[in-house]
Ligand binder design. Structure first.
Ligand SMILES: [Zn+2]
Length: 275
């Protein structure tokens, strides 16, 4: 089965000692693309370095909701300055986290808004993290309202993106009607090992309803290890576990799904440099 990891933080410090081995192990197990998302200045810089060292990796740059209150103006202007770099295929990860609230919510909202403005500016999709506390959906509902307010799905955004997704819901979590509202805005949805956790049962229904060209899969390494992967450090090669779950949830042939996942990745994150 062909595979992609549309969200793997191999730029995290936990991979500093052996990242070359980790990405080669992924490659050997069928992973043809890895998108390495930044979350603050250091991790964005590291994502760019890795995309340089390993030409088959892609980078994204932006600020995570956890870091919204920690990234100062100088860091932000440096991140924004590399958004147009050919190694960068997306903006983020950004979004909202009303579960852990490591940055105050007003800071998360301001951060989300400027990441979205940057995405529109460079015509690269925003990668969106969205979590509410267990049993709640306030972050999902606020994110949907913010995207509408920013004009996602409008002709203004379509002028920059054509028919490509303007944003990606990363590591999907939430109810079915939230997913359909995001699909109505033209977004892509990416599934991670989170689908195996309690409270995420709606993900199976969502996985079955996303059209193939807007379906992505990821590990969110080093986090969210799926069953079988080391809990201590998830790696891109383990994307195969979630991909197999997707094939099952969609009653789809694994080989055909693999081809579709690579095609959806390339359509969502087109690159200007040779692969
Ligand atoms: Zn992430």
């Amino acid at each position: 089965m062909r595979l992609v990891d549309s969200h793997g933080h191999v730029n995290a410090e936990r991979f500093d000692g052996d990242v070359g081995v980790v990405v080669e192990r992924a490659r050997a197990s069928g992973v043809e693309r890895i998108l390495v998302p930044g979350w603050n200045l250091r991790s964005c810089t590291r994502a760019l370095e890795l995309a340089e060292e390993h030409a088959w990796l892609d980078a994204s740059v932006g600020v995570h909701p956890h870091d919204a209150a920690k990234v100062d103006e100088r860091d932000w202007s440096r991140i924004a300055a590399v958004a147009a770099d050919p190694r960068v295929v997306a903006i983020g990860e950004t979004g909202l986290d009303f579960d852990r609230v490591f940055s105050p919510i007003p800071d998360q909202l301001a951060n989300l808004r400027r990441n979205l403005a940057l995405a529109l500016d460079v015509g690269k999709p925003a990668i969106l993290h969205c979590r509410s506390a267990t049993g709640r959906r306030d972050a999902q509902d606020t994110l949907h309202a913010e995207l509408r307010e920013a004009g996602v799905g409008s002709t203004r955004w379509a002028a920059a993106f054509g028919d490509r997704p303007q944003a990606v819901i990363h590591s999907f979590s939430g109810p079915v009607d939230y997913a359909t509202a995001m699909l109505d805005l033209g977004l892509a949805i990416s599934f991670s090992g989170l689908v195996f956790r309690g409270g995420e049962e709606a993900s199976r229904d969502v996985a079955a309803l996303v059209s193939g060209e807007r379906l992505l899969v990821e590990t969110d390494s080093p986090f969210l290890a799926p069953p079988g992967a080391p809990r201590s450090r998830n790696e891109p090669e383990w994307v195969r576990v979630t991909a197999a779950w997707l094939a099952d949830a969609r009653s789809e042939d694994a080989e055909a799904l693999g081809d579709a996942l690579v095609a959806a990745y390339d359509r969502t994150f087109p690159r200007s440099r040779p692969r």
